[in-house]
Design a protein around this ligand. Structure first.
Ligand SMILES: Nc1ncnc2c1ncn2[C@@H]1O[C@H](COP(=O)(O)OP(=O)(O)OP(=O)(O)O)[C@@H](O)[C@H]1O
Ligand SMILES: [Mg+2]
Length: 247
């Protein structure tokens, strides 16, 4: 479904992604693991088109700061030069790191914003799915999102992404800063989202909490692929084990 071939990203002279090859099959949950500044967010932003958007914006200002090379194919189609909105239309939806929400808007307003390009009946159906997935949000629907706990905000952020009706959902460190209990909730939700036919690529620093649900994983360091394989293969690999145990 998603094929990333020899993708590199340079900021100025710093290499953020180094000749990465990653593929995701329809229906899979695939993990990308790596420590701080490994390149996880750059990878996700590059798949969603935000890195290209930033590059073009900087070019208009006269800078030549960002270089992106390689190929990204989604459902057989080259998308590496597409605008972020075109990628959203194709079903590639990014849930960014650190649960960003519109703080002054209510929970339900945030969710509706996530579904802005969908029809009324689709919004109704997706809202129902999100509230079924995260029952606490129903109780909180008229509260300002900025008043919620980090875990609740993450539910809103994931809910907003779902409102856009993803085919491929990109989740950048969805567990970051959450309590173990809340992490379990999000992991359970990811599993349920996949059951809806959504393919998922997620990043985390540590693989352990998502090990039970991933089909395969990639470990990256300094933008470079270290190992890849099934959950079991990663656990059996000494280098991946460091990522798995977080040592
Ligand atoms: N806009 C930018 N301009 C310059 N350098 C950047 C920019 N964004 C990221 N970088 C650099 O690219 C590298 C990869 O950063 P990235 O944010 O992708 O890592 P990450 O794996 O998401 O880290 P974290 O776990 O902290 O979220 C880092 O060295 C970072 O400093
Ligand atoms: Mg990041």
């Amino acid at each position: 479904m998603l094929e990333i071939n020899s993708v590199s990203v340079f900021y100025e002279n710093a290499l953020a992604l180094n000749d990465l090859n990653i593929d995701v099959q329809q229906g899979e949950i695939v993990g990308v693991f790596g420590s701080n500044s490994a390149g996880k967010t750059t990878l996700f932003n590059t798949i969603a088109g935000l890195t290209l958007h930033l590059k073009r914006r900087e070019q208009r200002k006269g800078g030549e700061r960002i270089t992106i090379t390689g190929s990204i194919r989604f459902q057989g189609e080259e998308i590496s030069l597409s605008k972020p909105s075109d990628r959203v239309e194709k079903g590639i939806i990014l849930c960014r790191e650190r649960h960003p929400v519109f703080r002054d808007n209510t929970v339900e307003e945030n969710l509706r914003l996530g579904g802005y390009m969908r029809s009324g009946s689709e919004i109704k159906e997706s809202l129902q799915f999100v509230y079924d997935l995260f029952p606490p949000l129903l109780r909180l629907k008229n509260k300002k999102a900025g008043m919620l706990s980090g875990g609740e905000q993450e539910m809103v952020a994931v809910g907003m992404a779902l409102m856009a009706r993803p085919k491929l959902l990109l989740m950048d460190e969805p567990l970051l800063g959450l309590s173990p209990l809340m992490q379990k909730e999000v992991v359970r939700a990811v599993k349920k989202i996949r059951q809806q036919g959504v393919t998922i690529l997620l990043s985390e620093q540590y693989a352990r909490p998502v090990m039970p649900i991933i089909d395969r994983g990639y470990v990256i360091e300094n933008g470079t692929l270290v190992v890849s394989g099934t959950g079991q293969e990663l656990m059996d690999n000494p280098e991946a084990k460091a990522a798995y145990f977080g040592m």
